[in-house]
Write a protein that binds this ligand. Structure first.
Ligand code: UDP
Ligand code: MG
Length: 314
């Protein structure tokens, strides 16, 4: 029998927990799969852990991981993924905003041959100005830059084949970028519209500030997915551009001096030349250092720089 792992990150959601587990179980009982529910308590201070323990005492499907303090939603999800034993993993928010009744929908889409099915909160019930509009902009930006176009990167509820998560390591607040990172490893991704409900109990842990962090994270993801095995192409290109600009500006300064008798000290060109030369050399040296780091990174861990899907007759 195929096994499903539900992973739910919990930070101060005490009023939501009984309903959450009731809804998950009723959705799963109709399915007939073997399953586990991994509840990751991310340092809650409202008694969530006690409620979890009571629920787990009478139900061995419920497993608890409890952090020593609040490490953030990404860390909670990451811990859940590492401990999951199912072939399919579905994370969902513990605040009942995601609807466990969508689980069969995600699974049936996954069965069509995808590695990741992303939930899309098309009718999202959050604040318009501080959450929905920034999120729309962020999603289109992420889509453009990573080339993996999804309407709702931020939706926690997604279905993953276990293998598609194996190679993805999560740092900082990167959980929203899993589809982009997994796509780089060759995962096939699609999305389905899922239900979204207003939060009834407790409060959201995020505001508009998160959007700015997303833009910075996007830069990291873009660099990692495009250049992590060839950083010199990134830094070296910038360096060569700067050096070329230095040559142009230097020649221009000389030309003005020799043919128009413009003194070298009355235009900013000589200064610009020196500045661009330094910048260009710095970029190239940075590229060399990054190339060495890349080798250290891959070789110390015996990490291949490619991903094999299958091998035949070995
Ligand atoms: N969460 C967490 N650790 C945190 C912040 C949030 O585990 O530091 C959990 C939270 O309990 C919820 C989910 O992540 O289950 C999503 O959080 P929230 O509902 O605040 O986000 P929103 O729906 O407003 O984006
Ligand atoms: Mg929420």
């Amino acid at each position: 029998m195929i096994k499903l792992s539900i992973v739910t990150p919990i930070y101060n959601e005490v009023e939501n927990l009984p309903g959450l587990f009731r809804e998950i179980k009723s959705s799963l009982s109709a399915l007939g799969w073997d399953y586990e529910i991994i509840a990751v308590n991310d340092g809650s201070v409202d008694g969530s852990l006690n409620v979890l323990k009571e629920l787990a005492a009478v139900d061995s499907h419920i497993k608890i991981i409890s952090f020593s303090r609040n490490f953030g939603q990404t860390a909670a999800l990451s811990a859940g993924f590492t401990h999951a034993t199912g072939e399919v993993i579905i994370p969902l928010d513990a605040d009942l905003q995601n609807d466990p009744r969508d689980i069969p929908l995600l699974l049936s889409k996954l069965a069509e041959g995808y590695d990741i099915v992303s939930g899309w909160r098309k009718n999202r019930h959050d604040k318009l100005i501080s959450r929905k509009i920034p999120s729309r902009l962020a999603n289109s930006l992420i889509g453009k830059i990573t080339g993996v176009k999804l309407h709702d990167y931020g939706c926690t509820m997604k279905a993953y084949r276990k293998e598609s998560l194996d190679s993805v390591r999560l740092y900082g607040e990167m959980h929203r970028f899993i589809p982009a990172l997994a796509a780089w490893h060759g995962a096939k991704i699609t999305e389905v519209v899922t239900n979204h409900r207003p939060r009834q109990f407790g409060q959201t842990k995020y505001g508009i500030r998160r959007t700015f962090k997303v833009v910075l994270d996007l830069l990291t993801v873009k660099f990692l997915t495009n250049y992590s095995t060839r950083p010199m192409h990134f830094f070296g290109k910038a360096g060569l551009y700067a050096l070329s600009a230095a040559v142009i500006s230097g020649l221009l300064a000389l030309y003005l001096r020799l043919f128009h008798h413009v003194s070298l000290i009355i235009t900013p060109l000589p200064l610009l030349t020196v500045f661009l030369m330094l910048v260009g050399l710095q970029f190239i040296l940075m590229g060399l250092i990054a190339e060495m780091l890349t080798r250290v990174y891959y070789e110390t861990q015996n990490k291949p720089t490619y991903f094999i899907k299958e091998k035949i007759n070995f």
